[in-house]
Design a protein around this ligand. Structure first.
Ligand code: ADP
Ligand code: MG
Length: 314
C-alpha cells in the first residue's frame, strides 16, 4: 500500500472510532489468525453486579455485608466496586432506616462513615483482597486465595459456588479469622454484540480465544454463551502474555483485545494489541489500536480495514 493509502485507512479508522497507532500496526492486522479476548470488561460489559449474598454463620446479613464492603473499600477491582455498591444499597435502603428520606440517600451514599476501620489492606491480583478489621483477618476472593490461607471450604459452600459458576456468575468467598462465613455471586452480562462478532470472526477465518483470571467453570459458561470454544482460565495477571506467546509459537499472527491493567503485558506481547477505549490508560498505552466506541464490532472493522488497504496492491 502507498503511504497515501495508509493515511486514508488511518483516517477511515479514526472516523469510525478505531485509532491506529502507525502503519505497521495497520499492516499486521490483515494477517491475524487468532484474536484473544479478555473476558471481564472486554467480552462482558464490565458492569459487575452482586446477585446473591449467602451468609453461612449466625452473622447478621447487614453486619456481613458491611464487613465485606469494608474489606473491599480500597479495592480498584470491578468486583470490589460491585460488592461495595451492593452493601451500600443494603445499608441505606434495606435496613429499617425510617428517618432517612430518599433525598438523603444519595448524599449519604458518597459518605463512607458506615464502613469499618480496616488495617493492613492488600490487594492480591488474580485472587482478591486481604485485611484486618478489629484485629481479625478478613479474606475476600476466590478459592485460590482461601485455600492458600488454609481456609476449609465445606461441601455446602462448594455446592453453592458450583451452582453460581454454572450460571456464568463469579463466586466470591469471604473468610473471617480463617473461617468461611459467606459467599457472594456476581454477574457481568455479555456485551450485546459479542456473540455476533465471534461468529463474524469465524466466517473471516479468524479463531477467537478467551482468556481470563476467573475460574474455569464460570469461564466455560460465558464462553458457551458467546460461542468461543478455545479458552484459558484461572490465568494469573502475568500469565496472559504467556498465553499470547503460546499462540505465536508456530508463527501465527495474534491479536489481543483487552481493557485492564492486567491485560497490558498481553496487549504488548500481541502482534496486534487492541485496547477498549473505556479501559484503563495503561492498557490503551500498551495497545496498537484503541477501540473508542467500546464496541467489539470494531475488531472486525480493524481487520477488514487492514485487509482492504493491503490487498489491492497484491
Ligand atoms: P480478569 O481476567 O477476569 O480481569 P482478574 O485477574 O482481575 O480477572 O481476577 C481474577 C479473579 O480474582 C476474579 O475472578 C476473582 O475471583 C478474584 N479477585 C480479584 N480481585 C478481587 C477482589 N477485589 N475481590 C474479590 N475477588 C477478586
Ligand atoms: Mg478485563
Amino acid at each position: 500500500a502507498t503511504p497515501t493509502a495508509v493515511m486514508v485507512a488511518t483516517g477511515v479508522g479514526a472516523n469510525n472510532g478505531v485509532l491506529i497507532k502507525g502503519g505497521d500496526a495497520l499492516e499486521r492486522a490483515q494477517k491475524v489468525k487468532y484474536v484473544v479476548f479478555d473476558k471481564t470488561g472486554t467480552l462482558t460489559q464490565g458492569k459487575a453486579t452482586v446477585t446473591t449474598a449467602k451468609v453461612f454463620t449466625g452473622m447478621d446479613r447487614g453486619e456481613f455485608l458491611t464487613l465485606v464492603a469494608s474489606a473491599e473499600a480500597s479495592s480498584e477491582h470491578p468486583l470490589g466496586k460491585a460488592i461495595l455498591e451492593y452493601a451500600r444499597h443494603f445499608h441505606f435502603f434495606d435496613e429499617p432506616l425510617a428517618t432517612k428520606d430518599a433525598q438523603n440517600h444519595s448524599k449519604e451514599s458518597n459518605f463512607s462513615g458506615w464502613l469499618l476501620d480496616v488495617t493492613e489492606f492488600s490487594a492480591l491480583p488474580g485472587r482478591g483482597v486481604q485485611c484486618f478489621v478489629d484485629g481479625r483477618q478478613v479474606l475476600v476472593g476466590n478459592r485460590k486465595l482461601l485455600t492458600e490461607s488454609g481456609v476449609t471450604i465445606p461441601t455446602h459452600a462448594e455446592n453453592f459456588l458450583v451452582e453460581l459458576e454454572e450460571s456464568a456468575k463469579t463466586g466470591i468467598l469471604v473468610a473471617h479469622d480463617n473461617i468461611l462465613i459467606g459467599v457472594l455471586g456476581v454477574a457481568d452480562p455479555l456485551k450485546r454484540e459479542a456473540a455476533v462478532v465471534i461468529e463474524g470472526l469465524g466466517k473471516m477465518g479468524v479463531r477467537p480465544v478467551m482468556v481470563t483470571g476467573d475460574n474455569w467453570r464460570t469461564a466455560r459458561a460465558v464462553a458457551k454463551e458467546v460461542g468461543i470454544q478455545d479458552i484459558r482460565a484461572e490465568v494469573m495477571p502475568a500469565g496472559k502474555a504467556d498465553v499470547i506467546r503460546s499462540f505465536q509459537e508456530d508463527g501465527s499472527v495474534v491479536a489481543m483485545v483487552g481493557d485492564g491493567i492486567n491485560d497490558s503485558p498481553a496487549l504488548a506481547a500481541a502482534d496486534v494489541g487492541m485496547a477498549i477505549g473505556a479501559g484503563t490508560d495503561i492498557a490503551i498505552e500498551a495497545a496498537d489500536y484503541v477501540l473508542m466506541r467500546n464496541n467489539l464490532e470494531d475488531v472486525i472493522t480493524a481487520i477488514d480495514l487492514s485487509r482492504k488497504t493491503f490487498s489491492r496492491i497484491r
